[in-house]
Design a protein around this ligand. Structure first.
Ligand code: PLP
Length: 378
């Protein structure tokens, strides 16, 4: 078995975008799923205050854990014990922790294709085997109970993400219950990546915990709380897995930055600021959905949540990396090539992140209009 993993190609696009900016070019960053808004101002003020007062040692903030417990109560009406929470440096280490502490090398882990690039690559890096299930428009770009029921042999685990990256699609409630049922019957352990919760345009999304108490849940301050660079998130594990997961986090990661924990606690109470971000995304989403068909992009995934649009560009190219690079060089609009998210069909897809300001979306659309028109194949 090989632990070769592919690069995250949007990072190369981003590097080029920053190089162009350094040359004085005007660049619009739509390549990463990264809010351009920064942390809520009150969280930043708190960070300034505690820098002078706290020795910033290794720390697991009990108040932050209690506040996360309250989030589960308020957002989902689910009661959890803070003992089940492990604070991490974002969702990425939470994923490593969940996979490494729960599964063994050689285990098969199912996931949707297209899906977040790090799922398959983290699984590979840990010497497990990604089992990618093609999910197109018929499946609403999401895993289904049916697909999991017929996988032979049954995988040891499955990673579910709703809303998903790169599509923004969500799984309907009855399908979530059906997935849980199949996983129970077939003994498939679930990792639910709920990083895009709070960012939904089709109503609140339930946590998988409300259907299945034994699920492992990942979340992070990188998206809804707009604190990607603060590196803060959590993993919620079943009660009988707490000791094992603690042994793993203690050896692999220790604690997230104290500064971020202080700031994150304050951010969790900044409802008005955070909701105002969603209003911007809602406007951006509407602008994109209105304009993209005019660019010839008529086949796009339903962006039910998150801040992405996954678009079929197969009528224009079969090299999404070259296409996104040319778009960036010619117009200054940075986007993500589909190959990051789909190693099979991704050369014919691209992803736009609309987590930027509305004037930036308007400008990006202005620049892309003539460019896309000029690319139409003869
Ligand atoms: C679905 C998904 N999970 C996890 C992550 C990693 O997030 P974090 O910044 O919390 O490590 C991302 C980042 O884009 C993501 O899209």
């Amino acid at each position: 078995m090989t632990n070769e993993i592919e690069p995250f190609r949007a990072i190369a696009i981003s590097r080029l975008a920053h190089a162009l900016k350094a040359e004085g070019r005007s660049v619009i960053h739509m390549e990463f799923g990264q809010p351009s808004t920064g942390a809520p101002p009150a969280a930043i003020e708190q960070a300034h205050r505690v820098l002078d007062a706290d020795s910033m040692g290794y720390w697991e903030s009990a108040p932050l854990k209690d506040r996360i417990v309250r989030l589960y109560q308020d957002r989902y009406s689910v009661a959890i014990s803070p003992d089940r929470l492990l604070l991490t440096c974002g969702a990425s280490p939470a994923l490593v922790l969940a996979l490494s502490s729960r599964f063994s090398p050689g285990d098969r882990i199912a996931m949707a294709r297209p899906g977040y690039v790090a799922y398959r690559n983290t699984v590979k890096a840990l010497r497990m085997i990604p089992v990618e299930i093609a999910c197109g428009p018929e499946e609403h770009y999401q895993l289904t109970a049916r697909a999991l029921a017929v996988l032979d042999p049954a995988p040891a685990g499955v990673i579910i993400a709703s809303p998903a990256n790169p599509t923004g699609s969500v799984i309907a409630l009855d399908e979530i219950s059906a997935i849980v049922e199949v996983c129970r019957t077939r003994n498939i352990a679930i990792i639910s990546d709920e990083i895009y919760h709070g960012l939904s345009y089709v109503g609140p999304q339930p946590t998988m915990l409300s259907c299945e108490p034994d699920v492992m849940v990942i979340n992070s301050f990188s998206k809804y709380w707009s604190m990607a660079g603060w590196r803060l998130g959590w993993l919620l594990v079943p009660p009988d897995h707490v000791e094992r997961a603690r042994a793993y986090i203690g050896n692999l990661f220790l604690t997230p930055p104290s500064l971020s924990q202080h700031a994150g606690l304050v951010a969790m109470d900044q409802h008005d600021v955070l909701e105002s971000h969603i209003e911007v995304y809602r406007t951006n989403r509407a602008l994109m959905l209105e304009a993209l068909p005019g660019l010839g992009l008529k086949s796009i995934a339903p962006p039910d949540g998150a801040f992405y649009i996954w678009a079929d560009i197969g009528h224009l190219t079969d090299d999404s990396v070259g296409f996104c690079e040319a778009l960036l060089r010619d117009t200054g609009v940075a986007t993500a090539p589909g190959v990051d998210f789909d190693p099979v069909d991704g050369a014919r897809f691209m992803r736009f992140s609309f987590a930027v300001s509305t004037p930036e979306i308007e400008e990006a659309l202005r620049r892309m209009g003539p460019w896309f028109a000029s690319r139409v194949r003869g």
